[in-house]
Design a protein around this ligand. Structure first.
Ligand code: ZN
Length: 389
């Protein structure tokens, strides 16, 4: 297995927009002030979450910063590991009795790099979630009042079909988990007390968002009958997208086919001694980076043999050689690396199905290759690697 350094370009970018449009004090259009990036390691890979922060540009005195809504199901405040990792560690320990050491080892084997001390922390985070009650937290209550109230989101998350459900209620404006409870039975009567505790916080509830889950729905209606209630639109969108599943399957086959062709070109270039920058990222000198990830996909890449690797490194380190313009074969190697990267991109259904994202990426590479070929003009040799794609 090839061990490679974590590279920002490997992280899946998730851009979170702040939904507010106008200043609540003066009505001016809000401006994007800055972005807050954050890396999150989830079970299926590394994500870079970039969050917009907006403010009023009019100098009306409104100093409020407008941010995107928070989803604690993706990641909890101040954690670098996703909530799916937290739940996996917690449930396997609590229910399965698996030792934290074994869970950590297993996560590492599955390409989720985690130190043993982190596994303990993740387990404690999970325990805290299962009996979370912020009702007595006066500082938190003060902050929630200052922001004008809360927009609640509620959901039950489950590790697998047989595990108890972890119900979470959080404020999407601040991203603060407020109450949590791990229950074996999901029904309205179990959930009413959870919402009663939220009500007892005595902070204005501006709105509620949840899945239309059995139990959750009637419990919200019983405790907060007058609060605007929006049912999550994800399921609705998934149903709308269902009729495209055949097309998506075709696209997936086409993406795999193109990725395979690119891989063949890359292998030919590699055998000819031409490698892209991407090959060098796996070399030992880059291993000092703070996060390392091990992916199964890397195994499919033909790793350079030690002898060739040394040679590549010494060539790369030579300033004279580096200054020379790229040869056509090197350009082709860069394009194959770009295409391989595009073919591995992730996306989230229903709005961004992975195969659609991959297809778009591959098409962008194709356009770049065609533009490069056009630049070379009429004297292009007919059998260059880049032209075959
Ligand atoms: Zn304003």
């Amino acid at each position: 297995m090839v061990r490679r350094s974590f590279d920002v370009s490997e992280a899946v970018l998730l851009y979170a927009e702040a939904p507010a449009r106008v200043c609540e004090a003066c009505g001016a259009n809000l401006w994007i002030r800055w972005h807050v990036p954050r890396f999150v390691q989830r079970l299926d890979g590394v994500y870079q979450v970039v969050r917009q922060v907006k403010g009023c540009p009019a100098g009306c005195g409104n100093k409020r910063k407008y941010r995107p809504y928070e989803d604690v199901r993706f990641v909890l405040p101040r954690l670098t590991y996703g909530t799916d990792v937290v739940i996996e560690v917690g449930e396997r320990q609590l229910r399965g009795g698996t030792s934290l050491r074994a869970i950590g080892r297993d996560l590492n084997e599955r390409g989720v790099p985690v130190e043993q001390s982190h596994v303990g922390e993740l387990f404690r985070s999970y325990l805290a979630l299962t009996k979370l009650a912020r009702g007595d937290d006066h500082a938190l209550r003060k902050r929630l009042l200052e922001q004008g109230g809360v927009i609640l989101s509620a959901d039950g998350v489950q590790y697998d079909d047989t595990s108890p459900v972890l119900y979470l209620v959080w404020d999407v404006l601040s991203g603060q988990p407020l109450f949590g409870e791990r229950k074996t039975f999901k029904g309205k009567d179990d959930l009413v007390p959870l919402f009663e505790r939220v009500k007892a916080l005595d902070v204005p509830v501006l709105g509620i968002v949840s899945d239309k889950e059995k139990g959750l729905f009637p419990a919200v209606l019983e405790v907060f009958p007058d609060v605007p209630y929006q049912v999550c639109q994800n399921h609705f969108l998934k149903n709308c997208a269902e009729c495209m599943s055949g097309d998506l399957a075709d696209l997936k086959a086409s993406v795999s086919d193109r990725a395979e062709k690119v891989q063949r070109i890359a292998s030919r270039l590699h055998k000819a001694g031409v490698n892209s920058e991407e090959w060098e990222l796996g070399s030992p000198r880059c291993d000092e980076a703070p996060i390392e990830i091990v992916t199964d996909e890397e195994e499919e890449v033909e790793a350079p043999s030690p002898a060739e690797d040394t040679e590549t490194e010494s060539v790369g380190a030579d300033p004279v050689l580096q200054a020379e313009p790229l040869t056509e074969a090197q350009v082709a190697a860069e394009f194959t690396a770009m295409a391989k990267h595009a073919a591995r991109a992730s996306g989230r259904a229903p709005l961004r199905p992975p195969d659609m994202v991959r297809d778009e990426g591959l098409e962008r590479v194709r356009a770049a290759v065609q533009a490069a070929a056009a630049k070379r003009g009429a004297h292009t040799r007919p059998s260059t690697s880049s032209k075959r794609r």
